[in-house]
Design a protein around this ligand. Structure first.
Ligand code: NAG
Ligand code: NAG
Ligand code: NAG
Ligand code: NAG
Ligand code: NAG
Ligand code: NAG
Ligand code: NAG
Length: 526
């Protein structure tokens, strides 16, 4: 492989990964195929996969996607993570998978020896850390992986030349019941956890672009309500999955220690949050005149993280019982008509609003063994998925409880996000492919140009090697189930409050690469 060094000097001493510098790769030059005839389910220039929330008795609130890796294909179920960038599969011989009575890797493992298309690129080339407290030395949420290349199939497209990690060591427990699972990292190349001295490699989304499967680094996230499959759509927007219009916000840039600013993380500002109670009265939780709160929409986080005072108000207003790190309520007592209204801004004038029902912040309290729901006062118990967090770090992770209510179009080429209210449980579909260019999303969805935004800051480029990608169509698709999901969590087994303690601490074990720590030494433009 041939690498060219890149000009932007990233002098971020706190981060080994970012400090390693980045390399620029040209992706477009080696396209082998233009949009092929993809089978009926996928619209040309897009690829859709289902998202499920429960798997093998795990706590039901991780968002997972099915894909395959290798030749012949080896099925994998992996967690989708908009807060990190590395795609990682679990090695077939990983010791942490073997258990006395069952495998601890229910999402499948990848046997490199059994794939004729596998190639090793860099043994131990990836050293990733996940979680708010993770550092390169804490070991918390750590993954050591080889950097390799092989074919990956999503939906019915097969991309050759994809780069990813094969994990031999995983310290974080990535499913709620303590089991391990691979990850599909959806964030920018800059956040890859390659070891110092290693070049950044094309992310999975960039591989789709490089292979010619999609036109630009765009994907849409529709988590949907918990009882139905959601979807991730690469390269397009499904206009039937939201109501009203999409509103585009520019992500806020980071100021690097060099003084340069660069849009590389999904930073937005949470301007306002108000709570409307059943009787119509309102409580302001976050006001735009208060401290500036930067947030990252993170599908790998199961909680909405808020400053402690906001957490205390929510606890007070919902009447939950707090025990240790758990805040819980019998599920039947969740005030159904209470809603939150979120107002987000980016770098610019546009503001996006989102209504989030209070019920979106509660999930059934699964027992630690995943078998049944914990009971409280004779009824099924629900946990409040709002977590107190310290915003002095400059940013708060905004996880699935908020994301579920919206339709989110991530556009890494333009450094933007387009947001609309999700049409939950939608059974119709109208997928449009998004062209490359500054207003590709607004053009594709035929929306008023006033809802678009012009990104004026420098956006992190596709950083990657002269990789040869290939694209072909699979005879049969993977991971495209739709409709209601079977729900594993209901009554039955009776647990105690103690059972859930472990789970809640996991829920706040946020998935985010440690490279995230890098921005502590820089500023987000205010
Ligand atoms: C991996 O595949 C090889 C070749 O098929 C096989 O010999 C080996 O047993 C497999 N390893 C595991 C851990 O499944
Ligand atoms: C919330 O706080 C107010 C004022 O401190 C108090 O009067 C009220 O009882 C609290 N409500 C709950 C449900 O704890
Ligand atoms: C909320 O709705 C659920 C399902 O319809 C119902 O079981 C529950 O009792 C309702 N809660 C309240 C407080 O009305
Ligand atoms: C969008 O529409 C505008 C105006 O019709 C056009 O100039 C532009 O090329 C289109 N495509 C993109 C990706 O912006
Ligand atoms: C974006 O820029 C175009 C061309 O400069 C301008 O016509 C349009 O009004 C701008 N849109 C916004 C939302 O600022
Ligand atoms: C994902 O794969 C698992 C294991 O094969 C299967 O049980 C599940 O139904 C699949 N889910 C989707 C959405 O295709
Ligand atoms: C992170 O560290 C702080 C301070 O030590 C601690 O209070 C918090 O619980 C930790 N968070 C997690 C998710 O471990």
């Amino acid at each position: 492989m041939k690498f060219a060094t890149r000009a932007i000097p990233l002098v971020l001493s706190a981060s080994t990964a970012l400090a390693a510098g980045t390399l620029e790769f040209s992706l477009g030059s080696e396209r082998r195929s233009h949009f092929p005839d993809i089978a009926e389910r996928d619209v040309k220039g897009t690829s859709e996969s289902a998202l499920s929330t429960n798997y093998a008795n795990s706590v039901g609130m991780r968002y997972l996607v099915n894909l395959t890796v290798g030749t012949p294909p080896q099925p994998q179920t992996v967690l989708i993570d908009t807060g990190s960038s590395d795609t990682i599969f679990v090695a077939a011989d990983a010791s942490f998978c073997s258990g006395k009575s069952k495998s601890h890797c229910p999402g499948g493992t990848y046997n490199t020896s059994a794939s004729s298309t596998f190639k090793m690129l860099s043994p131990d080339g990836i050293d990733a850390h996940y979680g708010v407290n993770a550092t390169a030395t804490s070991g918390e949420g750590g993954i050591d992986a080889d950097l390799v290349t092989d074919v990956i199939q999503v939906g019915n497209i097969i991309v050759g030349g994809a780069h990813f990690g094969v994990a031999h060591q995983m310290d974080g427990k990535f499913l709620g019941n303590g089991d391990y699972v691979g990850l599909l990292g959806l964030a920018n190349t800059l956040q890859e956890a390659v070891k110092p001295g290693q070049p950044k490699y094309p992310t999975f989304v960039e591989s789709l672009v490089g292979a010619g499967a999609i036109a630009s680094r765009v994907f849409s996230l529709y988590l949907n309500e918990v009882s139905s499959y959601g979807s991730i759509l690469f390269g397009g927007v499904d206009t039937e999955k939201y109501t009203g219009d999409l509103m585009t916000l520019n992500f806020r840039p980071l100021v690097l220690t060099t003084g340069e600013s660069l849009v590389s993380y999904s930073f937005m500002r949470m301007e306002e949050v108000s709570m409307t109670h059943e009787d119509g009265t309102q409580t302001a939780l976050i006001v735009s005149s208060g401290p500036k709160l930067n947030v990252i929409p993170d599908s790998g986080t199961s909680t909405w993280n808020v400053p402690t005072d906001v957490y205390n108000t929510v606890v007070n207003m919902t009447g939950v019982t707090v025990s240790g790190s758990n805040a819980a309520l019998p599920c039947s007592q969740i005030p159904n008509k209470t809603t939150f209204t979120f107002t987000f801004s980016g770098n610019g004038e546009n503001k996006a609003k989102l209504e989030v029902p209070l019920s979106s912040f509660f999930i059934p309290a699964s027992r630690a063994d995943g078998k049944g729901v914990v009971r409280m006062g004779g009824q099924d118990m629900c946990l409040l998925m709002v977590a107190p967090s310290n915003p002095s770090s400059g940013v708060l992770l905004m996880g699935d409880p908020v994301l579920r209510a919206g339709y989110w179009v991530f556009d890494m080429d333009n450094g933007q996000i387009s947001i609309a209210q999700a049409r939950l449980s939608s059974t119709s579909s109208n997928i449009v492919a998004v062209e490359a260019g500054p207003h590709g999303i607004m053009n594709a969805t035929r929306q008023p140009s006033g809802l678009a935004a012009n990104q004026t800051e420098q956006v992190a480029k596709t950083a990657t090697a002269s990789v040869s990608f290939s694209l072909s169509t699979a005879a049969s698709a993977v991971g495209q189930t739709s409709g209601p999901q079977s729900t594993v969590l209901s009554g039955g087994a009776v647990g105690s409050m103690l059972d859930v303690t472990a789970m809640m601490s996991l829920a706040s074990a946020l998935l985010l690469s440690v490279t995230f720590g890098a921005f502590f030494v820089v500023n987000i433009v205010c």
